[in-house]
Design a protein around this ligand. Structure first.
Ligand code: ATP
Length: 307
């Protein structure tokens, strides 16, 4: 049981484990020294043998008292995207884009911006402001009512959203699903591709209905990653992931060399991976001058919440 928030927990646990490891190493060193002494002098002169006996007693006492255990790390969840290399900017350009699902209700009016492969953008804004809509305009699932969205000819975009997991055929195992989606690839390769997202062994070959929602999300990530996108659009990727998996996702994104546009309500994830915050509201997309924690404070102040 730990008090405080998650960051404090990580810090405290780290400190405790460091101390435990120091104690463990010290004890093991003592034990090794005593054992060596006993082995060398246990049958020596009477004086040395007495000292060896005394060390034997100390050793037994230490063992009875309970030795410090070695720190064993929880299995680290692997999440890994393959590096993709660069395309010259601009890879995705919005020029005077307006969009509405109906002409009398515009969600965006005259927006201009560029996204490239160095971009690490978090889209924030009130519910229904149009964050998911903006991602769909980026992928080309939606077309602007006015203006132009230009994508680099060789740009590979992959989009993650919850509905992908809902479309999985749950009677099929993850491995089979990948082999069906990407035929002509060796099974071993596909196993490794799913394994890169922490789904291993039996979990790959049981029908996906037996997987947790978090595991299904991993299958989707593996499926997206196989296309080696240069630009990843993530729409609420953390809904079914536990906090350690979210950290693992953040780490994978930080190690990866492609571009990222993230829609998330998870301030921790945004804080870890985003370099820019864009606010979608009032038919506009505006760059927030500050980090996500400033934005959180701003939202709290707006809602009249005092820390
Ligand atoms: N297919 C559609 N047809 C008509 N209106 C839609 C459609 N999809 C979304 N909308 C509307 O467009 C607006 C923007 O929706 P969008 O899902 O992009 O917002 P969002 O910022 O992603 O919201 P949230 O944070 O709640 O996911 C909302 O008012 C929504 O009801």
């Amino acid at each position: 049981m730990y008090t405080g928030n998650y960051d404090q927990y990580v810090q405290t646990r780290g400190d405790l484990e460091e101390n435990q490891m120091k104690q463990y190493k010290w004890e093991q060193e003592q034990i090794a020294n005593m054992k060596e002494y006993i082995a060398r002098f246990g049958h020596g002169s009477a004086k040395l043998a007495r000292q060896a006996q005394s060390k034997e007693k100390t050793l037994a006492k230490m063992e009875r008292g309970g030795l410090t255990e070695k720190v064993v790390r929880d299995q680290v969840l692997v999440f890994r995207f393959t590096d993709v290399g660069k395309l010259p900017p601009p890879v995705l350009q919005f020029s005077e884009v307006s969009f509405g699902y109906t002409p009398d209700n515009l969600i965006y009016k005259n927006i201009d911006f560029g996204v490239d492969l160095d971009s690490r953008i978090a889209l924030v804004g009130p519910n229904g402001a149009g964050k998911s809509t903006l991602l769909k305009l980026m992928t080309g699932d939606l077309f602007p009512s006015d203006g132009m969205v230009k994508r680099h000819n060789h740009l590979r975009i992959a989009q993650y959203h919850q509905h992908l997991a809902e479309k999985l055929d749950l009677d099929v195992p993850a491995l089979q699903f990948m082999m069906n989606e990407y035929p002509g690839n060796e099974e071993e390769k596909m196993r490794a591709a799913i394994g890169r997202f922490g789904l291993t062994g039996k979990a790959q070959v049981m029908p996906m209905k037996n997987l947790s929602d978090g595991q299904k999300s991993r299958v989707i990530f593996a499926w997206l990653a196989w296309r080696q996108p240069q630009l990843l659009l993530l729409d609420e990727p953390t809904n079914h992931l536990d906090i350690e998996t979210i950290d693992s996702l953040a780490e994978a994104l930080n190690e990866w060399d492609g571009g990222l546009v993230l829609v998330s309500h998870d301030f921790r994830l945004i804080n870890q991976v985003a370099h820019e915050i864009w606010v979608c509201a009032d038919q506009k997309v505006t760059r927030w001058e500050g980090d996500i924690m400033d934005f959180k404070k701003h939202l709290k102040a707006k809602a009249g919440i005092v820390d």
